[in-house]
Design a binder for this molecule. Structure first.
Ligand code: FPP
Length: 273
């Protein structure tokens, strides 16, 4: 299995992949793609050139994720704030870029057995973009490998607001509001990500140490990996490096790590003696 995977990777990727434990891949990786504007500025190019270059990074990252057998990858492509706060010309450019990407990419997604999905308030996007999104999702719906989720017009707080509204609505339709019962599982079932496991790893490019309103509920226990690499320079290799770093960490979910548990029980035993 591992040889089959490395055969599809380039030399440097294969080198990093060989150090990974394929049984301990994160089940879901979420990426905050950042730094397109800075990438362009450094080259004295317009910001949109950075976004265009960012598409190559998306392609490479998605292809490598599929090749190594990752089950879910979510990319923060366009926040609700981007939509409201960026110049119209940049927003229009991003919409066009997304549309062209979806049209061009479906055959490759199918070759790689990738199913496409979206999170975010889709109904607020331009109609032609919504149609293209629906078309791409429909034409990859039969795939059973990687689930690639694009966060478009996404905001975690808006997602929570939508979830609360949806819970109240469901209760009202199911015997009335007095039957409303809310626990963590209920909230999870009303989020946009209801069919995905929570991300084990969140990657942010370009060195910023922020979550920027991305998957706030779902990232509660995620490992955070920040790389100074600007998004247009990110490739499958950098994804594998992030996974290698993730596999070095010990996840505790609020508990103790193995060494501490051992030390703790020994100390207890001594006290009892
Ligand atoms: C952040 O860089 C990036 C975005 C707001 C857009 C992300 C879009 C792409 C990577 C390309 C298209 C995506 C798909 C899925 C086809 P920034 O502009 O905030 O960079 P800066 O912080 O350096 O200004």
């Amino acid at each position: 299995m591992q040889d089959k995977v490395t055969a599809g990777l380039d030399r440097k990727e294969a080198e990093v992949y060989r150090q990974l434990d394929p049984a301990r891949l994160p089940r879901h990786i979420a990426i905050i793609m950042d730094g397109n504007g800075r990438w362009a500025k450094r080259r004295h190019m317009p910001r949109v050139a950075g976004h265009r270059a960012g598409v190559a990074a998306v392609r490479s990252t998605v292809a490598t994720a599929a090749r190594i057998g990752l089950s879910a990858l979510t990319l923060y492509a366009f926040s609700e704030e981007n939509w409201k706060k960026r110049p119209r010309s940049e927003v229009d450019f991003l919409m066009g870029l997304l549309s062209r990407y979806l049209k061009a990419e479906v055959p490759t997604l199918n070759q790689n057995n990738i199913r496409l999905d979206y999170i975010g308030r889709q109904h607020e996007l331009p109609e032609d973009v919504q149609e293209r999104m629906g078309w791409a999702r429909h034409n990859t719906a039969h795939n059973t490998g990687l689930v690639l989720t694009l966060a478009l017009n996404y905001s975690a707080r808006t997602e929570l607001v939508d979830a609360f509204r949806s819970m109240v609505k469901a209760a009202a339709q199911n015997g009335g509001i007095e039957h409303l019962h809310i626990d963590e599982e209920t909230v999870g079932r009303h989020l946009y990500t209801r069919s995905l496991p929570d991300p084990d790893l969140v990657v942010r490019t370009s060195g910023e140490m922020r979550l920027s309103n991305f998957l706030l509920w779902q990232l509660a226990y995620a490992e955070i990996y920040v790389t100074p690499t600007l998004w247009p320079d990110f490739r499958g290799l950098q994804l594998l490096e992030a996974i290698a770093e993730y596999q070095k960490r010990e996840r505790r979910y609020g508990g103790l790590n193995h060494g501490d548990i051992h030390a703790h029980s020994e100390a207890h035993a001594k006290v009892r003696k």
